[in-house]
Design a protein around this ligand. Structure first.
Ligand code: GLC
Length: 731
């Protein structure tokens, strides 16, 4: 969203200026001129890349997910690609002693509801990537969270189209502002990991356009990513990396995408079929069953099965992207970067991502406590948990405790220092703070009746495998219940990928959702626990009461299928029917089913209170509606509030008419301070319907219900019907 101030009214709008990146024509001209001087071999050398975190990496590689050797006589330098959204990774410790910053998970970024913080995280990740000599940062995970047990939920943003698209787009724009091309991934409909190389995500085109594709489209318009990465999965029975509907009809056709499409690592399955479908580059080719865009492509071009024009277009797109971020200027070499400043930014974002879910009797903040403060479990004496997979950042001092291996790469279960225990001691210098860990009875036996206990609960999710359920691992539920039965007050800090079940919810006094907070996580948790910071996060995902509420209750058994590239194929192809919920994901599914979540989308408490007054829901003569209100901080401490607007379209034949997030504002207020805000509901595609037989968006004429609320399930502060004119928008 874009913010502007008029007559001291904070106005937030959500529509971006669609279209390809500014100045793409010039970059294409530069690229086409270079292609005109290339031999066939030279063209082929650019349309595939090897992983560069293995012993057989090109010797000029910096060391990362990918390296492409340049073409000296054409002034095309060697360039390198790195993972990912949460910071610059160092796979296999390929760059020994590498200093890097672990940023909060992108679902934590989603919990800030802040396009500004998303842009800032992108700028900082991009600056670090550029300083290390990279040209492409494989970031921009934006898949809608249809499956809360998905292995990469922490790498995505939300169950909501608008929040996902705006946050992902802002982060990508931030990365690219530093002269590093970003990706958007994994295009499309890749909400699960188990069986990911064998699964077909099935969804009607109408539902696909109105949900997952719209999130990508909004992110594309807000961020203008230079590259797109299809996922490992199939979409409606066709592999995403050779899916002509996705890559040619939608992405390069309807959306006029001018960058290049790179496969995921080991996700290429053919030569001419993929080339004609719209794939421009084979990545991580050691993980594929063949070097499809190598010799086979040379033969296909020689035999005319792939035209020279198509090969030239592939190379033009790649070089235009490099040109657009200054990647043709010189061989990039590692330089220094302000690690301290980056660490502070990571901490600030982590702090604003923490969601206060419960705070009975003001158990929080813990000030100078009467009894001891006892920190229990969750590796709180080591650091905060990080998600597993290609996105795991390994900053100095990181530790690991187990992990998995996928695609021949070890994926550690990593913890990011500083330890929450140390940060809590720093924030509560006058309190006795002790750490307990171990078996339930052992821990509980040491709890005093007047102790203030903070239990750290963790759930490790990783790429390549979904979570089996939403329960906390091991016996953490028992530990929390037992501790709650013994202590004066019990606070639970959740370090999780996304939602978890909470059988102990009525036994504890307070709950914080702290996600995977990254290098700033420990300090952020301590700041909120001690009251140095007021919690301001809002849930980007519904927390269910039970897995029985989900569209698909059973999870696929990872033992019956193959989940990762480079592994022997097991079992047969799978189909997952996402038409069960269709475009009604998360809170929209709960509304449609008449179910109540444990904690709804958009939920979050504060240490202060906010009042909404002078609310006006208006439409400019039947055009874009807006909601104006005055937000006042009625408490005794600073806080950030996020008033939300949900809108339901009129009932139209086969389209859903559930309420969906149409806009929001974030307001940072000191005690007693007021701010007038205007929330423009100008991204009307979230309330429009897409008819595949008549491609384009139809905003139907009729009555739209608009709610101002504090979360998706909240009794609205105000609800009103407005009549809107019908309009038609391009696909
Ligand atoms: C991984 C991931 C992708 C990542 C790539 C490079 O398997 O699916 O997100 O960017 O390969 O590591």
């Amino acid at each position: 969203g874009r913010k502007s101030m008029q007559d001291n009214t904070l106005t937030v709008s959500f529509r971006a200026d669609p279209g390809p990146w500014d100045g793409w024509q010039k970059d294409w001209e530069i690229a086409a001129e270079l292609v005109g001087r290339m031999t066939l071999e030279e063209k082929l050398s650019l349309v595939s890349s090897p992983m560069a975190s293995m012993p057989d990496a090109p010797e000029e590689a910096i060391g990362s997910a990918g390296c492409t050797v340049g073409i000296e006589h054409l002034g095309i330098p060697t360039w390198d690609e790195s993972d990912a959204s949460l910071g610059v990774t160092n796979p296999n410790d390929v760059r020994h002693d590498d200093v890097t910053t672990a940023f909060p998970s992108t679902v934590a970024l989603g919990a800030t509801f802040s396009p500004e913080l998303a842009r800032l995280q992108g700028e900082t990740v991009g600056a670090q990537s550029r300083a290390k000599g990279f040209t492409v940062q494989l970031a921009g995970g934006v898949n809608l969270v249809r499956e809360p047990r998905g292995g990469r939920v922490f790498e995505y943003i939300s169950e909501d189209v608008l929040l996902s698209g705006v946050v992902a787009g802002s982060a990508v724009a931030g990365i690219q502002s530093q002269g590093v091309a970003s990706t958007l991934k994994h295009f499309a409909l890749n909400p699960q990991e188990t069986g990911r190389v064998m699964v077909s995500s099935d969804l009607s085109e109408k539902n696909l356009r109105e949900s997952d594709l719209l999130a990508f489209q909004i992110a594309l318009e807000h961020g203008q990513p230079r590259t797109i990465m299809p996922g490992y999965n199939m979409v409606n029975k066709k592999y995403a990396s050779e899916n002509a509907f996705l890559l040619s009809e939608v992405l390069k056709g309807d959306w006029e995408f001018k960058g290049f499409v790179m496969s995921d690592w080991g996700a290429t399955h053919s030569t001419e079929h993929a080339a004609w479908a719209g794939l421009d580059r084979q990545s991580g080719r050691q993980l594929d069953t063949a070097h499809y865009f190598g010799e086979p492509l040379k033969e296909a071009v020689a035999a005319g099965r792939v035209s020279t024009a198509r090969l030239d277009e592939m190379v033009t797109r790649i070089l235009a992207v490099l040109s657009s971020v200054g990647g043709l200027d010189e061989r990039r070499r590692p330089t220094s970067f302000p690690a301290e400043e980056h660490a502070e930014i990571a901490e600030r974002i982590a702090e604003q991502s923490i969601v206060l879910l419960k705070n009975d009797g003001s158990a929080l903040p813990i000030t100078s406590a009467t009894g001891r403060v006892v920190i229990v479990g969750g590796h709180a004496d080591a650091g905060v948990l990080a998600g597993g997979g290609s996105t795991t950042v390994t900053p100095p001092g990181w530790v690991h405790d187990g992990g998995v291996a996928i695609a021949q790469l070890p994926l550690p279960r990593a913890y990011h220092p500083p330890a929450p225990l140390d940060e809590i001691r720093r924030r509560l210098p006058d309190s006795e703070v002790v750490f307990l860990d171990g078996e339930v009875t052992e821990v509980v036996g040491q709890i005093h009746a007047d102790d203030h206990v903070v239990v750290f609960a963790e759930n490790w999710a990783t790429e390549g495998r979904d979570l089996p359920d939403l329960q906390l691992e091991g016996r953490q539920d028992d530990l929390i219940s037992a501790v709650a039965g013994a202590a004066e007050s019990t606070v639970v800090v959740l370090e999780t990928s996304g939602p978890v079940l909470m059988p102990w919810i009525d036994e504890v006094d307070a709950i914080l959702a702290a996600w995977y907070g990254g290098s700033g996580g420990g300090a952020a948790i301590a700041a909120v626990l001690s009251g140095a910071a007021t919690p301001s996060g809002r849930l980007p995902l519904s927390f269910p009461r039970s897995e029985d509420q989900l569209p698909r209750v059973e999870m696929t058994d990872p033992g019956l299928t193959t989940s990762n590239p480079g592994e022997p194929r097991r079992g047969s192809y799978l189909s997952i029917d996402y038409d069960i919920e269709g475009a009604d994901i998360g809170y929209r599914w709960f509304e449609r089913q008449g179910e109540e979540a444990l904690f709804p989308f958009g939920f979050g408490l504060s240490y202060t209170t906010f009042e909404y007054t002078d609310i006006v829901i208006a439409t400019a003569g039947g055009g874009d509606p807006s909601v104006e209100l005055t937000v006042t901080n009625r408490g005794d401490r600073q806080g950030i509030d996020t008033p939300q607007v949900y809108m339901a379209p009129p009932r139209v034949s086969d389209s859903s008419s559930t309420y969906r997030l149409a806009g929001w504002a974030r307001v940072d207020l000191d005690p007693g301070e007021s701010r007038r805000v205007r929330i423009r509901l100008d991204e009307m595609r979230i309330c429009a319907s897409f008819d595949p037989d008549d491609p384009g968006w139809t905003v139907h004429e009729g009555d739209y219900s608009i709610r101002l609320a504090r979360n998706a399930a909240d009794r609205p502060v105000l609800e009103q019907k407005v009549r809107l004119n019908g309009t038609r928008l391009r696909p």
